[in-house]
Design a protein around this ligand. Structure first.
Ligand SMILES: Nc1ncnc2c1ncn2[C@@H]1O[C@H](COP(=O)(O)OP(=O)(O)O)[C@@H](O)[C@H]1O
Ligand SMILES: O=C(O)[C@H]1O[C@H](OP(=O)(O)O)[C@H](O)[C@@H](O)[C@@H]1O
Ligand SMILES: [Mg+2]
Length: 374
């Protein structure tokens, strides 16, 4: 695994000798919610893209015992002192990636059993690594789950038995299993790659168990920038209160989520027409609606400041996910990008150009898309 390297190859299957069982390695990349998030949690719509800037990788090695290997830093259990332990919990919480790997194994196994998909009895060990800034709304959690899921698909050779459009829901189920409130957009972007328009309308979700996912030409995108800060926030916690209000029938939340969903629909049109002034307006509206629904305390002062620094430079800006990272677009071009770069550096925020991942579907995946994907 080389998450600190620079060139992300997608899949690696190593054979040590002609008869030795294969080691399988998969990557899953960070994603940006460009428009419509978080309405994906509420039968809405989003436009999202998978980005090469950051990724998680998972390695599966055949072994005699079934072993889930803790990550040396993300699942820290050895500390220099009590203060170190307490600080670590304060800044990063109790959890690392081990629980994600375990939940993925459980959801995968149960789904295969329910569907009558045969799994052989060989064991494996799983380890992971990631360079996705932790809990910054770049979908670091589902990248770990998605890469694990891909390893299991290949280890059990069942890629042709689990249709592509079903996989995001199974990946989401692994996090649901852990009580994390989240939606499908991350997982769809990570399974499909590229730029996607997603429609999670209730009818399709209930009838087929998935939304309608359309891959768009990544060439439609204008240059985008990613801004982020070391500021972990727990996306599950951020979402729980708003989710509860939505379940309780709060009319403000329900109508605002519908408005957010409609931004993705308008955004699709704007992208197809290359109407980037419109795109900028929609991105700003998206963040303003999130801010009204979630409230400043839940979004966090530093996260709001990231959006405001970008806006003061004249850029359109919104969260990539639930908070921690921002996607910015400079409608006035390169001179504005320079102003934005300087403003971010001055404020202590990292900024870098967005690099989009091309489609990740292989021939088996494309052949096995179910007919329910209208
Ligand atoms: N970089 C990471 N390393 C290990 N585990 C992680 C990492 N990021 C997220 N997780 C796990 O996923 C859970 C949910 O993370 P989440 O808040 O959704 O972050 P993100 O915005 O990166 O998806 C965390 O509580 C933790 O268990
Ligand atoms: O709030 C959002 O936009 C997203 O939040 C979660 O993503 P994360 O990267 O963990 O912040 C959630 O999983 C997504 O479905 C939401 O759209
Ligand atoms: Mg997450």
């Amino acid at each position: 695994m080389e998450p600190n390297g620079s060139s992300p190859s997608l899949t690696k299957i190593e054979r040590n000798g002609s008869s030795a069982p294969a080691i399988i390695e998969h990557k899953a990349f960070a994603r940006i919610g460009l428009l419509g998030n978080p309405s994906d949690v509420y039968y809405g719509r989003t436009i999202s893209l998978n980005i090469e800037n950051f990724w998680a990788s998972v390695r599966l090695e055949p072994s005699s015992d079934l072993l889930i290997r803790p990550h040396p830093t993300h699942d820290l259990v050895k500390f220099a002192s009590l203060d170190h332990l307490v600080n670590r919990l304060k800044n990063e919480g109790y959890y690392g990636g081990v629980r994600l790997l375990m939940a993925t194994c459980k959801v995968f196994t149960n789904y295969c059993k329910e569907q009558g998909i045969h799994l052989h009895n060989n064991n494996f060990s799983l380890s992971y690594d990631t360079n996705i800034p932790r809990q910054t709304g770049l979908s670091g959690s589902s990248a770990i789950v998605c890469a694990t899921f891909s390893c299991l698909l290949d280890f059990y050779k069942v890629r042709d038995k689990i249709a592509v459009e079903i996989r995001p829901q199974l990946i989401l189920n692994a996090e649901k299993e852990l009580g994390i409130v989240a939606g499908l957009q991350d997982r769809v972007a990570q399974v499909y790659g590229g730029l996607l328009y997603m429609d999670f309308n209730k009818e399709s979700m209930e009838k087929y168990g998935h939304g309608n996912y359309t891959q768009l030409d990544t060439g439609l995108l204008p240059p985008l920038h990613l801004i982020y800060a070391e500021n972990p926030s727990d996306s599950g916690k951020v979402h729980s209160a708003v989710r509860q209000r939505w379940l309780d029938g709060d009319t403000f939340i329900i109508s605002s989520m519908e408005e957010v969903a409609s931004l993705a629909l308008e955004g699709k049109r704007a992208l197809l027409e290359k109407d980037y002034a419109k795109l900028a307006t929609l991105m700003n509206q998206n963040f303003d609606l999130r801010r009204q629904m979630f409230g400043d305390a839940s979004l966090g002062a530093l996260n709001i400041e990231m959006v405001e620094v970008a806006r003061r430079a004249g850029a359109a800006a919104k969260f990539t996910g639930s908070g921690g990272a921002v996607v910015a677009f400079c409608p006035d071009g390169q001179s504005q990008v320079e102003v934005l770069n300087n403003a971010c550096k001055k404020a202590g925020f990292a900024i870098e150009p967005v690099r989009v991942v091309p489609s990740l579907l292989n021939e088996i995946d494309i052949r096995n898309q179910s007919s329910g994907n209208a």
